[in-house]
Design a protein around this ligand. Structure first.
Ligand SMILES: Nc1ncnc2c1ncn2[C@@H]1O[C@H](COP(=O)(O)OP(=O)(O)OP(=O)(O)O)[C@@H](O)[C@H]1O
Ligand SMILES: Nc1nc2c(c(=O)[nH]1)N[C@H]1C(S)=C(S)[C@@H](COP(=O)(O)O)O[C@H]1N2
Length: 176
């Protein structure tokens, strides 16, 4: 029996974390993962304000304390002074995986010219993969679908839980 995957959903937003507006991006990640995954999984949801320490500590806690296999962040990837998610991700990770950000920016560029303003990246910490998504709720499904074909094999390689996907939506590629 395969182990149930644990997926961290981390919303990074000054305003959503203080209740100025309701978080729409975390629920969009949850909904997209429910669409994509056919293997058992459970979520661990957090909302934190922007900042290197707040975000780094949340990622470390989701991986080290909560045992997450995958952490999906949203928000804080742009150029504004308080957008520090890529720096925090780098501080929490042992290896950076720049291909994720490159592909998401390329896909987003088909929709909005400001896609290049996102500094989103990805990396690994122990047996966990951390991926940054932009903050816009409308960007979540498209960016996740773009990179997800490579996610299950990446988790295999780092020794995380095995993920199965709905092939009608995401064809997970596992080189033989
Ligand atoms: N978690 C979220 N839930 C709902 N809407 C969001 C969320 N994050 C961002 N947005 C929307 O996307 C817009 C642009 O995102 P951006 O990351 O620039 O937000 P922001 O202005 O930095 O947010 P904050 O001030 O809360 O950190 C925001 O103005 C908001 O309308
Ligand atoms: N798919 C998609 N990607 C996108 C956007 C978007 O609307 N759709 N917005 C861009 C904009 S305007 C910014 S500033 C950056 C960073 O957003 P963040 O700070 O909310 O992470 O993401 C970019 N990537």
């Amino acid at each position: 029996m395969e182990r149930r995957a644990r997926i961290g959903i981390l919303t990074i937003s000054d305003r959503a974390s203080t209740g100025v507006y309701a978080d729409a991006s975390g629920p969009a990640i949850d909904a997209t993962m429910s669409e994509i995954l056919t293997s058992p999984w459970e979520k661990v949801v957090r909302i934190v304000p922007d900042g290197i320490e707040s975000v780094r500590d949340a990622i470390i806690s989701l991986v080290d304390d909560e045992g997450c296999d995958l952490v999906l962040t949203t928000g804080g990837t742009g150029p504004a002074p308080r957008d520090l998610t890529p720096e925090a991700t780098e501080a929490a990770c042992e290896k950076m995986m720049p291909g994720f950000g490159e592909l998401m920016r390329r896909k987003s560029l088909e929709q909005v010219p400001t896609a290049i303003l996102s500094r989103q990246t990805a990396g690994t910490r122990g047996k966990a993969l951390i991926i940054n998504l932009p903050g816009k709720p409308s960007s979540i499904r498209m960016t996740l679908l773009a990179v997800f074909p490579a996610v299950p094999y990446c988790l295999d390689l780092i020794g995380a839980a095995r993920l199965e996907t709905d092939p009608a939506l995401v064809l997970a590629f596992r080189p033989s």
